[in-house]
Write a protein that binds this ligand. Structure first.
Ligand SMILES: Nc1nc2c(c(=O)[nH]1)N(C=O)[C@@H](CNc1ccc(C(=O)N[C@@H](CCC(=O)O)C(=O)O)cc1)CN2
Ligand SMILES: Nc1nc2c(ncn2[C@@H]2O[C@H](COP(=O)(O)OP(=O)(O)OP(=O)(O)O)[C@@H](O)[C@H]2O)c(=O)[nH]1
Ligand SMILES: [Mg+2]
Length: 435
């Protein structure tokens, strides 16, 4: 049950001390409940929307809890589309906790995670891709994540999906008209042409899913290579500080080690691993197996080969994307490979090229202002839609018509125009309380 007739309340600002903190109320009684806890020149419930009042927050005895502002929004002109009151106090955890308990005392109900944004969605102010963008924006730690989320919030992703749905709908109506008046036949420009266009646009959109998720969630980057290839040195060089132990002895790194860094706006988890070789040492062998597993679960592998020694190419199992890195480029190089990036952990040469190669392997060539699929939920719906649309192209009209309807349903699920409640619940479960 969503309980839209309830008035909900939550602390909207981050935990901890800050200049200002906000308790937000949304629902039919938001302004009336604000009257009970706020004392100023006039009552919030008498005020117009889009205004604020200065005054004091008071307890049941009329004692001042803090001074502050009350902001009034009147439905539908608010974030949720409902009546909203914002109580802006000093940003102290103690004040905010007391202010929240005070509004609950007078009749508000604690908001569930994401419930303010859920109300905006249920009221038709946001579609599901925009709600997901709100979540990504709140969680964005880097510029690439912020850029995609802000774009999603404008509805740019939903617009891309709608344009595909328009092509599919055009074909579907042409086919359905034909089923009613079979002597007419469906002209090619009403059937094959829009379907091919929808398929191409949808494939391009699905092609953005990896980059979109990498930008939003970040990526795991594993460094693999033989012992002494220079893995730990490269990790330290990329980080800019000595995180991992480096020695001239082969087999220095045994357990894997993770470090966080930001690269071209993407949050990266960089993983140093044990050098890959056959060994009878039980501890080292366990490290080698772990390195192989980490390589397979990474988004991208840096495959390091010592450039200063005879080349021993390294073959990695599985289908993981790799970048070949020729290490120790400050020393005389013993081999050359067209796809290798030569780097030196000592002089730093080649590191900018390596960073760019990582960026382009993870994000591809980012067209400015192009909206991407940023969640697995979106990618899954888009792939199902593509399967139906592709199938429709090779089927007789009655069956094609069914596939197109299914394709449209998957697209409607993507934007949240037509979606099961459990899918919506799953989206909002990931929100924090107060958003
Ligand atoms: N104090 C505060 N800051 C905030 C928010 C908030 O809720 N409170 N936001 C939320 O999380 C974001 C802004 N989002 C918002 C979106 C719509 C409306 C709103 O009241 N819209 C009305 C009025 C528009 C107008 O006056 O032009 C409307 O669309 O009709 C408010 C905030 C970020 N900053
Ligand atoms: N000249 C030069 N020496 C390097 C470079 N990178 C690493 N080395 C040297 O190569 C040796 C091995 O470096 P590590 O970074 O420990 O190599 P590793 O791949 O982590 O080795 P294991 O942990 O044993 O698998 C050390 O003596 C480093 O100083 C480089 O770019 N230039
Ligand atoms: Mg090492």
């Amino acid at each position: 049950m969503t309980g839209l007739s309830d008035t909900i309340a939550a602390i909207a600002t981050a935990p901890g001390s800050a200049g200002v903190g906000i308790v937000r109320l949304s629902g039919p009684l938001a302004l009336t409940l604000a009257d009970a806890v706020f004392s100023g020149r006039s009552k919030p419930s008498r005020s117009k929307g889009g205004r604020f009042l200065y005054g004091a927050f008071v307890d049941a005895q009329g004692q001042t809890l803090d001074e502050g502002l009350c902001l009034m929004f009147r439905a539908p002109h608010s974030y949720t589309g409902e009546d909203v009151a914002e109580l802006q106090s000093h940003g102290s955890p103690a004040v905010l906790a007391r202010l929240l308990s005070r509004v609950l005392e007078v009749g508000a109900r604690p908001a569930r995670p994401g419930e303010f944004t859920l109300r905006a969605y249920l009221g038709g102010r946001l579609d599901l891709t925009q709600a997901e963008a709100v979540l990504s924006l709140v969680n964005a730690q880097t510029e690439a994540a912020r850029r995609q989320a802000a774009l999603g919030l404008t509805g740019a992703l939903a617009a891309r999906v709608e344009s595909i749905a328009v092509s599919v709908t055009r074909t579907l109506s042409a086919i359905q008209a034909m089923l009613d008046y079979p002597e007419e036949g469906v002209p090619e420009e009403e059937r094959e042409v829009p379907l091919a266009q929808a398929e191409a646009e949808l494939s391009a959109l699905i092609g953005t899913a990896r980059a979109g998720q990498v930008a939003t969630r970040g990526a795991k980057l594993a460094i693999l290579g033989r012992p002494n290839a220079g893995k730990s040195s490269l990790l330290n060089a990329l980080l800019g500080y000595e995180r991992s132990i480096v020695t001239p002895l082969a087999g220095t790194t045994r357990d894997y080690l993770e470090a966080q860094l930001e690269l071209a706006g993407v949050p990266i988890t960089l993983i140093d691993t044990a050098g890959l070789r056959e060994t009878t040492d039980e501890i080292e062998a366990a490290g080698v197996r772990q390195a192989e597993r980490l390589g397979q679960s990474a988004d991208l592998v840096l495959r390091l080969e010592d450039g200063s020694a005879e080349r021993e190419p390294l073959n990695l199992a599985g289908e993981v994307a790799t970048i070949l890195v020729q290490t120790k480029a400050d020393l005389p190089l013993c081999w050359a490979a067209p796809d290798a990036i030569a780097v030196s952990a000592v002089t730093g040469q080649g590191l900018p090229e390596l960073r760019e190669a990582v960026r382009s392997a993870l994000l591809g060539s980012e067209t400015r202002g192009e909206a991407w699929l940023t969640t697995e939920r979106q990618a899954d719906a888009a792939r199902r839609a593509l399967t139906h649309i592709t199938a429709a192209q090779h089927l007789p009209d009655d069956l094609a018509s069914y596939e197109l309807e299914q394709g449209l349903l998957a697209l409607a699920e993507l934007t949240g125009r037509d979606v099961q409640e459990d899918v919506v619940d799953a989206v909002f479960r990931n929100f924090c309380v107060g958003k």
